[in-house]
Design a protein around this ligand. Structure first.
Ligand code: CP
Length: 317
């Protein structure tokens, strides 16, 4: 059965079908309708790196659809500390569950797990590699706000070198004809091999260090955290820490429809006063992780999402 390791594993048609299913599942994600599509199914959550949203939204998605979850839990209390290899851990959990969500600090680990497992692997982030399930919720959020994911101007801001969310998202956006403004310090530019891939896909890309100049024409400003944990050297991190900060006043020249997104957690990239503006979408974005992961799990397990759902109040969604 197929895994989701990078956005290359999904066609544009697959992506749109998942977003459509996610839309239908919104009342289930909100607890307004009960739909046990995943009853009897078990997800293994294997997070070898910290996570709040990805791990919890996978768990919420399973449970809202009547399924269940087992967790590796804290790595320090698992047999990983006794020296168990990733291969052995995956081979063993493969026998326990129907599908595995995994995060690992090593780039390529999710592909390695997929090559070792019978059940589908959902890449919840592999080092500075990819984060495709985040991309699905990002696209869902963009479509909710703009009614489309095609032909938009998207500014990706911050740590584009180590940021796996922007590596996956940029790929998908270009496939839907979006123009990208890549805003980063010189030392945190998008890796050249990713730029090359995007250009093969026909991307229109501007690279800059000037966030203010990118605001007026943007339909989406996607902020990211400078990821201290990925820097080989503390001094290098200190040179770029806090370089991009967005406050409500900075958004005065923005289009009224422009949305500010962030995969979260934020540190100081977005001031709290942005939260109350019409532009802020990052908390809705985090919620959308539930509904898109519901749709994705159903798809990978071959379970059809019904096209209408009875919300129990006389209406159907
Ligand atoms: N967006 C995201 O991946 O958040 P977590 O690190 O909390 O899972």
């Amino acid at each position: 059965m197929a895994s989701l390791i990078t956005m290359d594993d999904l066609s544009n048609e697959d992506i749109l079908a998942i977003l459509d299913d996610a839309e239908i599942l919104l009342p289930v994600a909100r607890g307004q309708a009960y739909l046990p599509l995943l009853q009897g199914k078990l997800l293994g959550n294997l997070f070898f790196e910290p996570s709040t949203r990805t791990r919890m939204s996978f768990e919420t998605a399973m449970k809202r659809l009547g399924g269940d979850v087992i967790n590796l839990g804290d790595v320090s209390s698992s047999s990983v500390v006794k020296g168990e290899t990733l291969y052995d851990t995956i081979r063993m959990v493969d026998g326990y569950v129907d599908i595995i969500a995994m995060r690992h600090p090593r780039q390529g680990a999710a592909q390695y797990a997929s090559d070792s497992a019978e059940v589908p692997i959902l890449n919840g982030g592999d080092g500075a590699g990819h984060h495709p399930t985040q991309t699905l919720l990002d696209l869902f959020t963009i479509r909710q706000a703009h009614g489309t994911i095609e032909g938009l101007n998207v500014a990706l801001v911050g740590d584009l070198r180590f940021g796996r969310t922007v590596h996956s998202l940029s790929h998908a956006l270009v496939r839907f004809g979006c123009s990208l403004t890549l805003v980063s310090p010189d030392s945190l530019r998008m890796p050249s091999e990713i730029i090359d891939d995007l250009q093969v896909l026909g991307a229109t890309i501007t690279q800059t260090e000037d966030l203010a100049a990118a605001i007026p024409s943007a339909d989406v400003i996607y902020m990211t955290r400078i990821q201290k944990e990925r820097f080989p050297d503390e001094d290098e991190y200190q040179r770029v820490a806090g370089v991009f900060k967005l406050a409500a006043a900075d958004l005065a020249p923005a289009k009224g429809s422009m949305i500010v997104m962030h995969p979260l957690p934020r540190v100081d990239e977005i001031a709290p006063d942005v939260d109350a503006t019409v532009h802020a979408r990052y908390f809705e974005q985090a919620f959308n992780g539930v509904v898109t992961r519901m749709a994705l799990i159903c798809r990978l397990l071959g379970i059809t999402v019904p096209q209408t759902i009875d919300t129990g109040n006389g209406g159907e969604s």
